[in-house]
Design a binder for this molecule. Structure first.
Ligand SMILES: Cc1ncc(COP(=O)(O)O)c(C=O)c1O
Length: 483
């Protein structure tokens, strides 16, 4: 995207500064087959087959469009178990982007989280963060640790004009550290582009303040930079002090202030893999032994060399505003269309994707009928669009087996970077509008198979009643012989 003004302002749309040269054929099944596919998948969009999907908006993870330079870089991969030149290129890219010299590789973001948790979380310890992410929390609780969230109250308001809803409540952070005592805090984790509350950013000012507080109390500060690219876009466009900073200056400042930075390169770096990095070798030394144990040797960490080359090039691209603004600007466009249609959607638009607020979409449906999953199933039936449940299904039950109801019941429509065209985004908005207009048909779901850990990945559910057949019938009535 670039700051290109259209002659007719009413026709202004986000304008890409790249072109598409490799395409992938898509299919859109008839509605009857979509109905069958979602039921065969146990109403879990993770269990759908890609061949049955028209718009895959499940995630932005590992599905971003690669550049010609990334594909070219993959050809020069140096495939050796130890000491590969490919790893040196990754290290050089991390140095350029974050200014750090100490780099540990891992196969993806959650593998970095596993290493962090193994190194620092002991039973009875707490970790404090603006908001949890599913895999982060699972690794911490698995080791007997607890996750405490101190996101500012504004972060949980679905409709707001606050530019930085991911910000920490700094007073609550201080009070929580004092309540448990710094020695019981394994680390404080700052999640850039806070995923589960709608891809909402954290301001630079707030991140730096968190790092300072950690420093004052002698507590480790950890930056989860997986969604930092989108977050940096919002810093530059919404935060006065960042307007004239380069993207690189922002990344470097954060890495200098936080003890440890880690990220999923499935997001940051438009590729695959994961990285833990720090200015101070003390931290990487403390975690180093876990890399060969869980991942692979220190110069590949379970990653495939071609992906590492793509990551190195992708990291350089994550400094380029003409690339990093594409995702947030397409998402803003989608959110505006939905909002104009009256669809309840999380505002302001964040990174990662648009988030339907399902508590308002189907307001009478209680948490234990899983409104966000039900809306997701309805949207697949309506348009072959696959989103992701980010509500109660994505929570873990309490140790005593009771349901933990999500603060926000969201259906996330991720917008992978550099992948969709604007006409596809408009199609998505159109189908969501149809589901919204027919929301009274949508009913709840019940478990037929509920795994005890990360149940949203492979759990299976069934409609309560026969609302899904009714929805498909209504689609036929409204759309005739259209797909
Ligand atoms: C903020 C954040 N942290 C960590 C992860 C885990 O990364 P990965 O999917 O590469 O394991 C994700 C993935 O979505 C994420 O959004």
């Amino acid at each position: 995207m670039s700051n290109v003004k259209f002659y007719q302002p009413e026709h202004q749309v986000p304008l890409e500064m790249h072109k598409v040269r490799v395409v992938q054929k898509l299919t859109l099944l008839p509605v009857e087959e979509r109905l069958r596919a979602i039921q065969d998948a146990g109403n879990n969009t993770f269990l759908l087959q890609n061949k049955d999907i028209y718009m895959d908006m499940l995630t932005d993870s590992g599905v971003n469009g690669m550049t010609d330079l990334q594909v070219a870089a993959m050809m020069q991969a140096d495939d050796s178990y130890a000491g590969s030149e490919t790893f040196n290129r990754v290290k050089a890219a991390v140095k350029e982007v974050f200014g750090t010299d100490n780099v540990l590789p891992a196969h993806q973001g959650r593998a970095c989280e596993n290493i962090l948790a193994e190194a620092y979380v002991k039973p009875g310890m707490v970790t404090i963060m603006n908001f949890h992410f599913t895999t982060t929390k699972a690794h911490i609780t698995r080791l007997g640790g607890e996750v405490i969230e101190v996101v500012n109250k504004k972060g949980l308001l679905p409709q707001s004009d606050d530019p930085f809803k991911g910000d920490f409540d700094l007073d609550l952070l201080r009070a929580t550290i004092e309540q448990y005592g710094p020695e019981k805090v394994a680390f404080v984790r700052i999640e850039a582009g806070t995923n589960l509350i709608g891809g909402q950013p954290v301001s630079l000012e707030n991140m730096l303040a968190v790092a300072d507080i950690c420093h004052d109390y002698g507590v480790r500060s950890v930056l989860d930079a997986s969604l930092l690219q989108d977050n940096v876009y919002f810093m530059k466009t919404r935060e006065a002090q960042c307007k004239f900073m380069t993207t690189k200056e922002i990344y470097h400042l954060l890495a200098a202030k936080c003890d440890i930075v880690y990220f999923s390169a499935r997001k940051l770096g438009f590729s695959r893999g994961g990285i833990i990095t720090s200015v101070n070798p003390k931290f990487t030394n403390e975690m180093m032994e876990y890399v060969p144990l869980y991942e692979g040797f220190l110069t590949y960490g379970g990653m495939e060399v071609r992906s590492m080359e793509a990551m190195a090039q992708g990291l350089y691209e994550s400094l380029d505003m003409e690339y990093i603004n594409q995702g947030p600007e397409f998402i803003a466009y989608l959110v505006k269309e939905l909002d104009d249609y009256g669809v309840p959607v999380i505002k302001p638009a964040g990174g990662l994707g648009a988030h339907l607020n399902c508590s308002e979409f189907v307001p009478k449906m209680p948490h234990n009928k899983y409104p966000a999953a039900a809306v997701g199933a309805a949207l697949y039936i309506a348009g072959g669009i696959r989103g992701m449940e980010r509500g109660t299904v994505s929570e873990q039950r309490e140790p005593d087996g009771t349901e933990r109801y999500a603060e926000l019941e969201l259906q996330r429509l991720a917008v992978p970077r550099r992948v969709f065209t604007l006409s596809q985004i408009k199609y998505c908005a159109d189908r969501v509008k149809w589901v919204w207009d027919n929301r009274n048909i949508i009913g709840g779901l019940k478990w037929t198979y509920e795994p005890s850990v990360l149940r949203f990945f492979f759990g299976r559910m069934k409609e309560i009643g026969h609302w899904q057949e009714d929805l498909a019938t209504k689609f036929r009535e409204d759309f005739g012989d259209s797909l």
